[in-house]
Design a protein around this ligand. Structure first.
Ligand SMILES: [Zn+2]
Length: 342
């Protein structure tokens, strides 16, 4: 796959056809994994349960969330100039963020997008929702007239991947891990990525390097996108802040808390100054390290409570009382934790 990143778009289309066929075959295998870094497999809660995998794509989520993401909106509010904002991180790195960091706005306006500007084109990390496409393109156009060449998806959830199809229509190539591409196939999601990789890949554009690293945690194949020259890392829903958008795993898509902890430790070993999480403000490395420790505290407290034989209700109430975690979308993670930590 690595060689393909250097090749022309016509070769890319050929590769895309091959990958599409292979992935369609793989999608027939239940719970299949290509080359996952997950060390723990938690059986997804039964269909219909919070965090479970139901038949309808819209029912998949980390707990009561819509469209494999979070906070779906049946009648989403209109997109205005006040819905999102462009934040500068470096001269060549920007983030499109929702102005209000609340769960309720995620279904309407999607997650964070990172913009990396090069002389030969633009690389995006994530794509927000389908309905946000014009807003995203307008914000990129305010920075540069170079085309959007690549869109790297941190994972399959619609608030991050839902804009992929429209990005392809304007000529962008979309990239995701092989495992999370399988999740998109299984969810009948539009905009299936032309490129899929396992473990590691490197993308070069306009003299700049982008490292893609596959980890397990929020899903079975989260992609961490590292920009070494800019000292910026974009990690999708492996990190969500502030507290109003709680950190969760998606058990239905192969995520688990044990591997998320290992992944956050691996991210901490990277040399960076700024982090873009899936939702919420840009973090300094120090803020991320504090967040990582807080996440570890939630995980290890939950592990002890489950091992003590506490009831699900008791675990939920205790985590909420002691660590202020477990309400909203996080409540849907408790049944999976009861299985993962027993
Ligand atoms: Zn997600």
């Amino acid at each position: 796959m690595r060689a393909s990143f250097f090749s022309s778009k016509s070769v890319a289309i050929l590769v895309s056809l091959v990958l599409t066929t292979a992935s369609a075959a793989l999608a027939q295998q239940p719970a299949s994994s290509v080359d996952s870094r997950c060390s723990v497999t938690v059986p997804p809660p039964a269909a219909g349960a919070p965090g479970g995998r139901a038949g309808a794509p819209g029912a998949r989520g980390g707990g009561g969330a819509a469209a494999g993401g979070r906070g779906g909106a049946q009648n989403p509010p209109p997109i205005t100039a006040e819905s999102t904002r462009l934040t500068k991180v470096r001269d060549d790195v920007y983030v499109i963020q929702n102005v209000n960091n609340v769960v309720a706005d995620i279904g309407a306006f999607g997650g964070n997008i990172t913009i990396y500007v090069t002389d030969d084109g633009v690389i995006l990390v994530d794509s927000k929702n389908d309905r946000m496409h014009d807003d995203v393109v307008a914000k990129v156009r305010s920075l540069t007239d170079k085309p959007i060449e690549y869109v790297i998806l941190t994972h399959n959830h619609q608030d991050h991947s839902g804009g992929a199809a429209k990005m392809q229509q304007i000529g962008a190539s979309v990239i995701i891990s092989r495992d999370d591409r399988l999740h998109m196939v299984r969810g009948n999601q539009p905009g299936l990525p032309q490129f899929a990789y396992s473990r590691d890949a490197v993308l070069f554009l306009g003299g700049k390097e982008v490292q893609l690293k596959e980890y397990c945690g929020h899903t079975r194949g989260d992609t961490v996108v590292y920009l070494p020259a800019a000292r910026v890392v974009a990690v999708g829903d492996l990190v969500t802040t502030p507290d109003s958008i709680p950190q969760i795993v998606n058990y239905g898509d192969g995520g688990n808390w044990t591997d998320m902890g290992k992944t956050l430790d691996a991210i901490a070993a990277l040399d960076f100054d700024f982090m873009v999480g899936g939702h919420g403000p840009v973090l300094t490395k120090q803020e991320f390290l504090q967040h990582r420790d807080k996440v570890a505290g939630i995980r290890e407290r939950a592990r002890v409570l489950v091992k003590e034989g506490r009831s699900q209700e008791d675990v939920a109430q205790t985590l909420l009382r002691e660590l202020n975690w477990g309400s909203g979308p996080a409540a849907g993670n408790i049944p999976g934790m009861m299985v993962e930590f027993r």
